[in-house]
Design a protein around this ligand. Structure first.
Ligand code: 13P
Length: 250
């Protein structure tokens, strides 16, 4: 049985004041979430503050990125060990806003995945196709290639201690959610792709859906057999909406 995991990706949003307010709202309601693991991925500068605020609650902390390097002369980068120092347990790697917005390659994302694990963090590996790739009919090839960058470099076993987030790029921040059937199809494909190498790892792998998931559409998406949670952008900035999604996850 895979425990559902719902994570909020706050992206580059918020102020110290709004972050405090949001966490207070989440703490007030998280007790009504039964089964799902609840994670918030705050901007790095707020991780220390959020770490203190969520202490003693069921809310776990994640970062939105991590350096591929362990330490050294990498101006502006933040290492997994530094994130760990502040109680961060998860690290998003390969978000499309970094792959496509900041030119991160499959190889760099795989290195970040490994760096996160080496520092004791659980990577949330984002994969997903662009609109033109979906229209060309290469969605599965794109997702397989992004998965294989990690599997070929670090072995299928490395997926054991990770989460995958399928985020079709055309659904992110657009209000155009993948239909439950469209999402389930890709999730099942990704699981089957991993199962070709290791059926046990595939069966245990949690695969989140991300892309315009909200309080209204979450239940239907999360009811799909291979959808094990959500990675939520815009709707994670409102405590009530995010908690509704978390409750829909179990
Ligand atoms: P939205 O929920 O705003 O579409 O963003 C999804 C996302 O990118 C989460 O990582």
């Amino acid at each position: 049985m895979r425990q559902p995991i719902v994570a909020g990706n706050w992206k580059m949003n918020g102020t110290l004041e709004s972050v405090r307010e949001l966490v207070a709202g989440l703490k007030a309601g998280v007790g009504e979430v039964n089964a799902a693991e609840v994670v918030v991925c705050a901007p790095s500068i707020y991780l220390s503050e959020v770490s203190s605020l969520v202490e003693g609650s069921a809310i776990k902390l994640g970062s939105q990125d991590v350096s591929n390097a362990a330490s050294g002369a990498y101006t502006g980068e933040i290492s997994g060990a530094m994130l760990n120092d502040f109680g961060t347990q998860y690290a998003i790697v390969g978000h499309s806003e970094r792959r496509h917005g900041r030119g991160e390659s499959d190889e760099l994302v795989a290195e970040k995945f490994k760096a996160a694990q080496d520092a004791g963090l659980i990577p949330i590996l984002c994969i997903g196709e662009l609109l033109e790739e979906r229209e060309e009919g290469v969605t599965e090839q794109v997702c397989a290639r992004q998965m294989d960058a990690v599997i070929n470099a670090y072995g299928v076993e490395s997926l054991k201690n990770s989460v995958v987030a399928y985020e079709p790029v055309w659904a992110i921040g657009t209000g155009k959610t993948a239909s439950p059937e469209q999402a389930q199809e890709v999730h099942a494909f990704v699981r089957a792709h991993v199962a070709k190498q290791d059926a046990g790892v595939a069966a245990g792998l949690r695969i989140q859906y991300g892309g315009s998931m909200n309080a209204g559409n979450a239940a239907e998406l999360l009811a799909q057999e291979d959808i094990d949670g959500g990675l939520i952008g815009g709707a994670s900035l409102k405590a009530d909406d995010f908690l509704t999604i978390c409750r829909a996850g179990g």
